[in-house]
Design a protein around this ligand. Structure first.
Ligand SMILES: [Zn+2]
Length: 459
């Protein structure tokens, strides 16, 4: 009986092994055929990718397609998948000039392709051109930029992440070598050194920030930042804080571009967002009050607007009374270099003996918005001014979406009183904004271990 069992056991084992091998072979052949299918109706010419940027949670593509005499009805980016599930069509802006299409997924850097929304799959990218007769032409995308593959981890949601990799490869199709772009997405926990968001308490060390009646901006900002960090971690976010109060006197305005300075540690965090917390001040005490949210240029401002709205609502304060031409909505400010600041920057470079920085008309004035965004925001601290360190990520095509919150004026009696007495209200407004914009309003945070224990003890 024993012998018989053994014999049959071996037979079943062999049968299973053969089955597994057949399955693997089948899947390889099937896949090869499918990739071939994916490229079956492409054009001879490829689309040229001239710019690609990951800013915050979005991928933005720009490029050109030679189409000759063809009359164009519409252009979009079409992501095909082998199993035809989750295929994706992304609207593009485009114009046609002398037989050439110039396309762009968005003019705004925080829009385009939402990397957070992609489901697990492999997405083959095509520029799809709809012609006058309603037929389509498909072009694979050849990378003409200096930037190579990008690896991105989605924001932690209930302890889980997706790994998103943007890749450029070659494929041999009937003796023809084609360049193509694809995006691979799979479930994979983000490494420990990859964060979701960064909280940046302004100033620190020898840099106290503003002061009034014995109150110090750097200290109050830190107190707020720590409270925000704790609340965000309760939502399940991985949060980095740029300083924790243990920094010494050597920490200050001249160390932000050091290797371990706030610009470079934020750049290395691979987070998607950074929120800086500050208190405002003005020469004449009590002349202004209220909330100012500073946002990047060329952005959809809905995130910034909800910060302003929620802080006003939950902290029972008001939009800032500061009226300037860079106030774009109630409480939302987009500050670029002014004419005189540009001239001063050039003068200062000449005095110190280095080439002036390449500042563009959209360059944000605040360094925590500009330098953290890489090429998307025109970061420029490349080390040419030897008096400072260098932003190691100034020419990166991966940037963090950055907002600077001036929660109120330290030298306004009403604001200061509210900031000292009503911290919970401000924190609630800030945290609700981050939760709603990152996770959506319906998100239910995971239950904490301590909470489970507490429930147990009580019952
Ligand atoms: Zn400040």
């Amino acid at each position: 009986m024993k012998e018989l069992c053994k014999k049959w056991g071996i037979k079943i084992g062999i049968a299973l092994a053969v089955l597994v091998v057949l399955c693997i072979l089948y899947s390889i052949i099937y896949r090869v055929n499918s990739v071939r299918d994916i490229f079956s109706d492409i054009q001879n010419e490829e689309a040229k990718l001239t710019e690609y940027i990951v800013y915050g949670t979005h991928l933005n593509l720009k490029g050109t397609v030679e189409i000759g005499e063809t009359e164009v009805k519409d252009v979009d980016i079409y992501f095909r998948t082998i199993n035809e599930e989750n295929e994706l069509i992304v609207d593009t802006k485009y114009e046609v000039n002398e037989g050439k299409i110039s396309f762009s997924t968005s003019d705004l850097i925080n829009e385009g392709i939402d990397l957070e929304a992609l489901k697990s799959n492999t997405y083959y990218a095509f520029v799809r051109v709809q012609m006058a007769n309603d037929k389509y032409k498909y072009y694979t995308i050849d990378n003409e930029t200096d930037y190579k593959d990008v690896e991105y981890y989605t924001i932690t949601r209930n302890g889980k992440n997706n790994r998103v990799y943007i890749n450029f490869e070659k494929y041999n199709l009937e003796q023809r070598e084609i360049d193509y772009m694809y995006i691979g997405v799979n479930y994979e926990k983000a490494p420990d050194n990859v964060y979701d968001v960064v909280i940046d308490p302004g100033h620190g060390g020898s840099d106290t920030g503003a002061q009034y009646n014995g109150y110090v901006e750097a200290k109050l900002a830190l107190k707020y930042a720590k409270a925000v960090k704790e609340e965000l971690e309760d939502l399940g976010l991985k949060v980095m804080i740029t300083r924790d109060g243990t920094e010494g006197e050597e920490y200050g305005t001249r160390t932000v571009y050091n290797k371990d300075g706030r610009v470079n540690i934020v750049g290395a965090s691979r987070a998607k967002y950074v929120f800086s917390i500050h208190l405002n001040s003005i020469e004449k005490p009590n002349s202004y009050n209220g909330v100012e949210i500073y946002a990047p240029t060329r952005c959809n401002l809905s995130f910034a607007k909800s910060f302003a709205d929620n802080i006003v609502k939950y902290a029972k304060t008001n939009y800032s009374t500061l009226e300037v031409n860079y106030e774009v909505e109630d409480g939302v400010y987009v500050r670029t270099f002014r004419e005189n600041e540009l001239e001063e920057s050039i003068e200062s470079a000449k005095r110190k003996g280095y080439e002036p920085y390449d500042i563009k008309d959209y360059t944000p004035y605040l360094y925590m918005i500009r330098e953290i965004g890489g090429i998307a925001t025109g970061a420029y601290v490349d080390g040419r001014n030897t008096g400072y360190g260098k932003n190691l990520y100034y020419d990166s095509n991966i940037g963090l979406e950055s907002y600077l919150l001036e929660i109120g004026y330290i030298n306004n009696e009403i604001d200061l009183h509210n900031i000292l007495e009503n911290q919970d209200g401000y924190i609630e407004g800030i945290v609700k904004t981050i939760k709603d914009n990152i996770y959506g309003e319906d998100y239910v945070p995971p239950v904490k271990k301590e909470d489970k224990n507490t429930v147990k003890q009580r019952s």
